[in-house]
Design a protein around this ligand. Structure first.
Ligand code: ZN
Length: 288
């Protein structure tokens, strides 16, 4: 908790270069060893010593000040608000998944689930060249947001909606399917059934129980299924740096995800609002 962070640099350590007091930054919350084979190859999300800010020994963003290693900072443009800057984190999660999927121009994408990750996955796919994105959404306010972020078609996440999505995929299955629901949902098998032969399925949702899947269609269709965890540096630019660029270009659209704001003193109320989906909450921002 508190791992989506943006703010202003108040003080820098003696040996820090390239970052100055007053810089506006987003914080990549992944502290890693920086010397293991994973770190050196750009796959720092797999570092055995990785730690997330806000968990374990490292301070998170629910504070007026926090101390972080300088290598985690990404500068933000002057006109980008901190609350949108904090959304660079979920954007980077989506960028990572699409890079692992090796997304190609004009590909078609289906996203299952319209929470913060699902919604940012719509915008990120379009930004990375997808021709159209379909999505399932559980709540009307999520459906409205998905459309405003550019989703071509929105289906309800119930039986009717998923059947409709399945029907529309039958004639024209998707190049990439992004699963963001997890928990106890049945979206794993559903995701596999929506992908075209040779298509890719990214699992971002955190499932809390095993799921039953028939492997035969996978073998017959060469669908590639992979898990995607946080972000790293698969190319010249890190996922986080790429995401910071997207946030700057799409700031106005991203700001629509922020449905509630609470000061630090009312953080408990913020958690309650975020948990109560009937509140219309997508992203509850804490402003220390
Ligand atoms: Zn490492």
């Amino acid at each position: 908790m508190g791992h989506e962070i943006a703010g202003e640099v108040a003080e820098v350590g003696e040996s820090v270069a390239g970052i100055a007091v007053g810089d506006r930054v987003a914080v990549e919350p992944l502290v890693t060893c920086r010397v293991c084979a994973y770190c050196l190859s750009g796959e720092r999300q797999l570092c055995p010593q990785k730690q997330l800010l806000g968990a374990g020994q490292y301070q998170g963003g629910f504070a007026e000040y926090l101390e972080v290693p300088a290598y985690l900072l990404h500068k933000l443009p002057d006109d980008l608000s901190f609350e949108v800057g904090a959304l660079v984190e979920p954007l980077a999660v989506c960028v990572h998944a699409y890079r692992l999927a090796e997304i190609q121009p004009a590909e078609r994408v289906a996203v299952l689930g319209a929470g913060t990750i699902g919604l940012t996955a719509v915008l990120t796919a379009l930004e990375l060249g997808a021709s159209e994105v379909y999505i399932t959404a559980r709540y009307p306010h999520q459906a409205d947001l998905a459309r405003s972020l550019g989703a071509a078609q929105v289906f309800t996440a119930d039986e009717d909606g998923t059947a409709q999505l399945q029907t529309s995929a039958f004639g024209r299955p998707f190049d990439i399917v992004v699963e963001t629901v997890g928990g106890e949902a049945n979206t794993f098998a559903q995701a596999l059934s929506l992908a075209r032969p040779g298509g890719r399925v990214a699992i971002l949702g955190l499932f809390t129980r095993p799921v039953k899947v028939h492997p035969l269609p996978l073998a017959l269709s060469e669908v590639k299924v992979f898990g995607s965890l946080t972000y790293g540096s698969p190319g010249h630019l890190s996922d986080f740096a790429l995401a910071a660029g997207i946030a700057a270009r799409r700031a106005e659209q991203l700001a629509r995800l922020i449905t509630h704001r609470v000061p630090l003193q009312e953080i408990q109320q913020g958690f309650e609002t975020a948990l109560d989906k009937s509140s219309g909450a997508v992203k509850v921002t804490v402003a220390p």
